[in-house]
Design a protein around this ligand. Structure first.
Ligand SMILES: [Zn+2]
Length: 617
């Protein structure tokens, strides 16, 4: 997933369930494991629900096991039955526990005879936390309704009853019925030429964890971008998307050169409406992406590098629990940088690494001690909270440090071997370390001590000697910013004409938290930042202008907040507004308008910010 900023999900402190390996799931994989899912779904747009059945193939581990325990959230269960090898069905008794706020409802199915397959017939709730339903008015082309899933972290359980833990992998087949004018896609091989006949079939032949289960349906056009890649988007967006992502094959090829063959066959990208709460989601074979990266100059294509990198780090080698999520995100952010360097050059890769490192340096000190650790104590961290800047940016910084110490040749060979060794497995931080010790640290003595490794993985903060890339262009921007703030360089004399998105981000990121109002107004007059179509720049600009008390940007900021539901690009504006009573009142008003277009996850974050501010008043 691509987030780019700490999620203020509130503190979802989890009760440490009996299952020490994944406190975020009721599943009991030591008793029985799901190995395959057969899914039959009907998409009901008017009711905002999926109706259907999930048939789970089971591998019973404990001969004495009495039941199959599944994760669910807000599912209406109609029937549970055992399926014999000859297709004969027998009803099974089951109990659905009261809903836990974080984990959902534990579904316990009595199955002392250990059936080979169990079928659950069910319906999802219109409020399913892992699904968003959009009316035609909320889409770009306003013709048809749209729906999509976001299963990471623990939201698959809101649309499929299953063992919702990344430690458990299964293959799946799906048959989805939809209105005839709609195209359905899933995290499996998709057929770009499939007619719009209302019935779509999918097969994911590789074992994947539940958070990579994904579905979307809507008015989708398709355009090829290479021999094994295409973009799916609403008709009015598809050409722009195909242009922005035209380097996809180059990116795949560059990653294969570094880390071995792409294991998943096709790599397609689905561009979602602007309410998609994240930057991207690495659903296998079909990355789900925000339209906010379609800025016309490919400057935000690192999002594709990131999601593509997950085809190795995350989808191939998966963190076994949410506490280990840095194995997905830290490794992926590192690989993303290497892909960017290979295709777009070292200068851009260094800029992106510096942007994230500087942001982390600024934010990490304010985090709780446990949250500063790559591998935190799982008792103090929720599944969604684990996806923080630390997992991404401290994780990738650690890997860049390893690369620097061991040399690129040795480290590349090591990482390639790591992906091969753990392919299609879910592993813990400790399993990664057990592999690293003999295969990297011990193999090349004197480069890095084991204590240093432990300090990176289990320590707080950022180690003192963590290396930073050098960017001459960023250095020049630092000088210009200083001169501009000192009044020795006028806003219109800034050498900003050729600045790319990252350079604007860097300039704005390092302005004082509350910059002088007159300076910001001069900046806006010279460079017309208010109303920018580039949401990365807009998010930073409006945050500064609001903090400085510039009410003239409020309407444009509100437009940004209403148009974009991506958590990372929208919530900083809420945070800036709520600092004053008048701003809080305005933010409440904006939210009342924007809420219906937001994803449930975005709603949750914004409501958290507003509630906290109201309380502090
Ligand atoms: Zn990611």
């Amino acid at each position: 997933m691509r987030l780019l900023s700490a999620l203020a999900f509130g503190t979802l402190m989890l009760p440490l369930a009996a299952y020490a390996n994944d406190p975020n799931s009721y599943a009991q994989p030591d008793q029985v494991r799901v190995t395959h899912l057969d899914l039959e779904l009907t998409i009901d747009f008017p009711r905002k629900q999926l109706d259907g059945q999930a048939t789970l193939k089971l591998d019973w581990k404990n001969p004495k096991a009495q039941s199959l325990v599944l994760d669910t959230r807000d599912l209406k269960i109609a029937k549970v039955e055992a399926l014999a090898a000859d297709g004969k069905t027998t009803p099974l008794k089951y109990a659905l526990a009261p809903r836990d706020k974080v984990l959902g409802s534990k579904l316990t199915i009595a199955a002392p005879k250990h059936p080979a397959q169990v079928r659950i017939v069910y319906t999802t709730s219109p409020e399913a936390s892992g699904l968003q339903w959009l009316t035609p008015a909320q889409t770009a082309d306003k013709k048809l309704p749209f729906m999509f899933s976001q299963s990471e972290s623990i939201h698959a359980r809101s649309w499929v009853p299953l063992q919702d833990s990344p430690a458990i992998r299964f293959t799946y087949d799906a048959r989805v019925t939809a209105p005839k004018d709609v195209r359905v896609v899933m995290s499996a091989i998709n057929d770009a030429k499939h007619p719009l006949d209302g019935v779509f079939a999918f097969r994911q032949p590789h074992p994947i964890p539940s958070y990579l289960l994904a579905i979307s349906a809507g008015d989708l056009a398709v355009k090829e971008t290479g021999p094994r890649s295409a973009v799916y988007a609403e008709p009015s967006v598809v050409d722009k998307a195909a242009h922005e992502f035209e380097d996809t094959e180059k990116l795949i090829a560059a990653t294969e050169t570094l880390y071995g063959p792409y294991a998943w066959d096709r790599y397609d990208i689905l561009v979602l409406p602007p309410s998609f709460p994240f930057g991207g989601m690495e659903n296998p074979n079909m990355t789900f992406a925000t339209p906010t990266v379609l800025v016309g100059d490919k400057s935000l294509v690192s999002l594709v590098s990131h999601e593509l990198a997950h085809s190795w780090s995350g989808n191939l080698v998966t963190s076994a629990a949410w506490r280990d999520i840095w194995l997905n995100e830290g490794f992926t952010t590192y690989v993303q940088g290497r892909i960017t360097e290979a295709v777009y050059g070292k200068a851009l890769a260094d800029e992106e690494a510096l942007l994230s490192a500087r942001a982390l340096q600024k934010s990490i000190g304010a985090m709780a001690a446990n949250a500063q650790k790559l591998a935190p104590d799982p008792r103090g961290i929720g599944a969604d909270d684990a996806l923080s800047d630390v997992a991404y940016d401290k994780g990738s910084w650690f890997l860049r440090t390893l690369e620097q110490r061991f040399g690129r040749d040795h480290f590349d060979a090591y990482l390639k071997g790591y992906f091969r060794h753990f392919a299609f497995q879910s592993i813990t931080t400790e399993q990664m370390l057990d592999y690293m010790r003999p295969n990297l640290i011990g193999k090349y003595p004197g480069k890095m001590s084991w204590d240093e490794v432990k300090a990176w993985v289990y320590g707080e903060g950022i180690p003192q000697d963590a290396p930073l890339p050098d960017s001459p262009r960023f250095n020049a921007i630092d000088r210009e910013r200083t001169d501009f703030l000192a009044g020795t360089l006028a806003a219109d004399k800034l050498d900003a004409k050729g600045w790319n998105t990252q350079e604007w981000m860097y300039f704005l990121d390092r302005l004082p938290d509350v910059a002088p109002l007159d300076k910001l107004q001069q900046l806006d007059a010279a460079w017309r930042l208010t109303g920018t179509p580039n949401a990365e720049i807009g998010m930073r600009w409006y945050s500064h202008a609001i903090a400085a008390g510039d009410k003239s940007v409020w309407a444009a900021a509100a437009e940004h907040m209403t148009r974009i539901g991506r958590i990372y690009l929208t919530t900083p504006l809420y945070k800036a507004f709520v600092k004053t009573p008048e701003g809080l009142a305005y933010a409440e008003q904006v939210y009342a308008e924007a809420r219906a277009g937001y994803h449930p996850l975005t709603q949750q974050v914004v409501e958290g910010i507003l509630a906290k501010a109201r309380k502090a008043k």
